[in-house]
Design a protein around this ligand. Structure first.
Ligand SMILES: Cc1cc2nc3c(=O)[nH]c(=O)nc-3n(C[C@H](O)[C@H](O)[C@H](O)COP(=O)(O)OP(=O)(O)OC[C@H]3O[C@@H](n4cnc5c(N)ncnc54)[C@H](O)[C@@H]3O)c2cc1C
Length: 519
């Protein structure tokens, strides 16, 4: 396991002494929340969803408010080398929310601190905690206000602070942008321990820096999220293509068509699947309804090793006339060139649609694949490079599948605020590519090292070809690579670090900056 290889530090006397310091430092904190030494009662803080890395913290702290977070950060700044990692729900892949012998803030303990509806100039917002899970935000917003955030992730057991530190992308992003484009104010505890409110007009450098800032500039303790009225129902549809260019042409048509007067789909995603009867990677992964299976006889003889599925959804209300919904769907689908015999659809409640991956999680937990390692790779690839990516990566390197979804769908750069820290390709249309690998424990799965090497092969291919791409949820081992990742934004990123976290205390697991001693 890489986890073992990466345990690069042997316990030294200095480190043992540091542990002593940690307990005495923590005793003087006088927090409203609680402290636990070592990796927490379940040892959860030295693991993450990726299951590839493991770094044990000295203490896990459950803050109860922003002031607790500030006290922890200030105490770390008075120590010689303590770091502080905010941990959302630990769904990172590469140890990003860990702190080797540092302090981990379990932000989930703050999840109930904020939940308030506001209207400003006729627009509705909800103030939520940085440690709140999006699934709880959804349920409470729908239940209490009949409203919901506009932009989501596919899976909602992620925290508000965790996704806002990256971007937060799903099938609504083509219209509303990522989650980072759908918040207007944050409360942040900086690496100096200052509790600041920031927005486009107040402390704007901090506001835009923190959004997509990989936890480098501050800990998000509250976010103001834009709301819209929540529909009751969703028509959820999947259609199949055998040719990549037809799939991308239709996906791009859907995400670029203007939303004026006429309805359009509210969600557009897509994925690649294997042209075989493989239960996980192939035809059976497409159908939405067990009563309506995939009929491979309808595939043309020219179909290749992989096929493409466009996934769309239309919101409606339960008192809408269903034949009117059918008419809108027929009109929208009528323009597309998918295989007419391979169309799957179901009607589900809006909340069930947004919680769709939760059901997959329950099944995966039952078959023990949820807890196995997940060496995932997420990237943004420009429209100009995506066809070649399909030829080299989907059709060759990954032609047998990855044991989980291979997402590929377009989004629009103009919906991403380029003042945030998120790095995306230069072109207006770029594709989210997510290789969501699951490794089944039985029969013996391919080694994690092999899968990580395959990810590197894909990245190397893109680099060699000179593709316009960026890693999403990036992970690098050297500062040189981070410099390349940020390109001409690197200087700004370094300046912001010097301004808001000058001793590099925060989010050490991103491996961008090293903790500096006290001046
Ligand atoms: C099953 C699954 C499905 C996913 N689906 C999607 C998807 O559809 N779209 C998408 O965009 N992403 C998706 N992701 C990726 C996910 O958005 C990121 O991994 C996210 O960081 C996880 O959130 P978390 O709350 O678990 O954060 P963590 O993994 O705990 O933390 C991530 C980073 O953010 C920092 N951080 C955490 N909380 C805070 C805070 N309050 N303030 C400042 N920094 C903080 C941490 O220090 C760390 O650096 C998925 C991940 C999984 C495992």
């Amino acid at each position: 396991m890489i986890a073992c290889l990466e345990r690069y530090v042997h316990e030294t006397d200095a480190e043992s002494r540091q542990d002593d310091d940690v307990s005495s430092i923590c005793k003087t904190l006088d927090l409203q929340g609680s402290i636990e030494f070592g990796g927490g009662s379940t040892g959860f803080a030295d693991k993450d969803f990726g299951g590839v890395y493991s770094f044990e913290p000295s203490a896990v702290i459950r803050p109860s408010c922003a002031d607790d977070v500030a006290r922890v950060v200030k105490a770390a700044s008075r120590s010689s080398n303590l770091t502080v990692a905010a941990r959302g729900n630990g769904h990172s892949i590469n140890g990003q929310a860990m702190a080797h012998r540092g302090l981990v803030l379990d932000m989930r303990s703050t999840e109930d601190n904020h939940f308030k509806l506001l209207t400003i100039n006729g627009v509705y917002y909800v103030d939520v905690s940085g440690g709140a899970l999006w699934e709880d935000v959804l349920k409470r917003c729908v239940l209490e206000f009949g409203m919901a955030p506009r932009s989501w992730t596919d899976y909602l057991s992620l925290t508000v602070g965790g996704t806002l530190s990256n971007a937060g992308v799903s099938g609504q992003a083509f219209r509303y942008g990522p989650q980072t484009s759908n918040v207007t104010e944050l409360e942040v505890v900086t690496g100096k321990g200052d509790v600041l409110i920031c927005s486009e007009n107040e402390n704007p450098e901090l506001f835009f820096g923190v959004l997509g800032g990989l936890g480098q500039f501050g800990v998000i303790t509250r976010a103001r999220v834009v709301l819209q009225s929540a529909p009751d129902m969703v028509r959820w549809i999947r259609v199949v293509y055998s040719e990549f260019d037809e799939f991308t042409q239709d996906a791009e048509l859907l995400v670029t068509q203007p939303v004026k007067g006429e309805s359009s789909f509210d969600y557009v995603e897509g994925f690649v699947f294997v042209n075989s009867d493989d239960r996980v990677n192939g035809w059976p992964s497409v159908s939405l309804d067990p009563k309506h299976g995939f009929e491979p006889d309808f595939l043309p003889p020219t179909a290749g090793s992989v096929l493409y599925c466009l996934e769309v959804a239309l919101h409606y209300n339960s008192d809408d006339n269903l034949s009117a919904v059918d008419t809108v769907v027929s009109r929208l689908l009528g323009r597309l060139g998918f295989n007419r015999n391979l169309k799957f659809q179901v009607d589900v409640s809006y909340v069930d649609f947004l919680l769709r991956v939760k059901r997959a999680e329950e099944q995966a937990k039952a078959s023990r694949i949820w807890d196995s390692p997940h060496p995932w790779l997420n990237m943004f690839v420009s429209k100009s490079d995506i066809a070649e990516f399909d030829r080299a990566v989907f059709k060759k390197i990954l032609k047998d599948g990855i044991g989980g979804p291979m997402l590929v769908y377009p989004v629009l750069r103009s919906k991403w605020d380029n003042r945030t820290s998120v790095m995306v390709p230069d072109e207006e249309i770029f594709y989210l590519v997510a290789l969501l690998r699951f490794t089944c424990p039985n029969p013996k799965p391919p080694s994690v090292e092999k899968l990580v090497a395959q990810n590197h092969e894909i990245i190397q291919y893109c680099n060699k070809r000179g593709s316009d791409f960026k890693l999403y949820l990036p992970h690098y081992k050297s500062q040189e690579e981070w410099k390349n990742h940020f390109g001409n934004q690197w200087t700004r990123f370094v300046e912001m670090k010097a301004c808001f976290d000058p001793m590099a205390i925060l989010s050490p697991g991103q491996n961008i900056f090293s903790r500096l001693p006290q001046p």
